[in-house]
Every structure is written in C-alpha cells, then in structure tokens.
Design a protein around this ligand. Structure first.
Ligand code: CA
Length: 232
C-alpha cells in the first residue's frame, strides 16, 4: 500500500496525554495534528483533510459532546471519543451525537492504535468492497460506492457507522440479527461496547430513514430477538 499517510486530529487539553498519543501515532506512520480546546478542535476538524478524530470530553471553551455534534452537522469523519471510566452514561450520549466509537481512559497505546486502524480500515474497506453497488427499497436508494443514501431523491446524512449498519442489514434480505451479532459483525469483535450501542444506532437510523420512527418500516424490531431490514 503506497497511500499517503492518514491524518489524525487529537483534541485533548491535557498536554502530557496529547503528547504521548502524538508520539505513538507518529511512530506508527500517522500524520498528527493537535488541538487543546474544543473551539480550536472544531476549527481544525472542519478545516482540513482529517481521516479520524480523537476527541476528549472534558475540554475548555467547548466540550467534546458539542464538538462532536457540530462536526457531525458537516462531516462524516470517524470520531473516536476518549471517555473516563466513570462516564458510563457519556458513552451513550457520545454515540447519540454521532461518535463512531469510544475508548475508556486509561487505555493502552496498542489498544488505541488497534481502534484507530479498525475505524480507518472500515472507511477504506467499504470503498473498495462496494463497486458500483446500488440498492433500492421503496423510496430509499443506497449507493454503496459513494456512501450515499437518498430518500425520495433527498440526501440523508448518515454517519459511517449508521451507514454500515444499514448496509449490513439491507444486504441480508430480512434475516434477523441479535444485538450481540450486530455488535460483533458491524462494530468488530474487538469492540468493547455494549449492546445499547446497537440500540442507539438503530434509533438514530430510524429517525433519519423512517417516515414514523415510532412505527418503523425499514429497520424492524423482532421482539426478543433483534433487528432486521424489511426489504419490502
Ligand atoms: Ca480533558
């Protein structure tokens, strides 16, 4: 692979943590940019060709949740949130705001790098594997090649993870998957999340796809089992 190096933006106010992450990522061949408060982070996140964002929650000027929310309004770049162990609730909030993944502090560098690789690989892997692949379901049109989904001709703004979950279910002709299976298949077996992650992502997807998210027609709950995509 002779690709240009991937660029990671670290938004973290604690310089010692930021520095050690930066040192280790550069050693792995990544290009690294840093921001030490939320305002600067948001500016850099939206200003350049960033391949992945590491985002701390407690930040001066603007907290990580607000940064995540504002980045998501404009970009689908993978966001990996850095959460402290006692911030269990915050993980779910982060995912609701569109973060792709989170890692709990204190974390080891090998784990962090594995997560970064998995999230970046997911982006490039999807681009390669979906060649000219377009699926249509009623008013929905899913363009696998360009990560685009439209409803009645209007583009919907999905995060990468939402897109990936939709793609996974839609390609499997109405087969029902448990939350555990989806976590393993869509998030990856190395993912340490819990099944609420799946529920949150499904809810977000429904809010974007469905005419009535409370009575979904596309992503349907099979009670006591899991979810499936209604191919119509
Ligand atoms: Ca902090």
């Amino acid at each position: 692979m002779s690709e240009s190096p991937k660029k990671i933006l670290i938004i973290e106010d604690e310089a010692p943590i930021s520095n050690i992450i930066k040192f280790n990522l550069k050693k792995e061949g990544y290009e690294v940019d840093t921001a030490f408060d939320g305002g600067e982070g948001l500016k850099k996140a939206l200003g350049g060709d960033v391949d992945l964002i590491l985002l701390d929650i407690m930040l001066p000027v603007m907290d990580g949740f607000e940064v995540c929310k504002q980045v998501r309004e404009k970009s689908n770049v993978p966001i990996l949130m850095l959460t402290a162990k006692e911030e269990e609730v915050d993980k779910v909030l982060g995912l609701e705001l569109g973060a792709d993944d989170y890692i709990t502090k204190p974390f080891g560098m090998r784990e962090l790098i594995a997560r970064i690789k998995a999230n970046i690989r997911r982006v490039s892997g999807m681009a390669e594997e979906c060649d000219e692949n377009i699926m249509e379901f009623g008013s929905l049109r899913v363009d696998m090649n360009r990560f685009e989904i439209t409803k009645n001709g209007e583009a919907l703004d999905l995060t990468l993870r939402e897109f990936e979950l939709l793609k996974y279910l839609a390609e499997r002709d109405g087969k029902v998957f448990s939350r555990e299976q989806l976590l393993e298949e869509v998030w990856g077996y190395e993912y340490y999340g819990d099944i609420r992650t799946v529920d949150v992502t499904v809810r977000r997807l429904r809010e974007k796809l469905e005419d009535d998210p409370g009575d979904p027609k596309y992503i349907v709950t099979k009670r006591g089992v899991g979810y499936y995509f209604n191919v119509g």
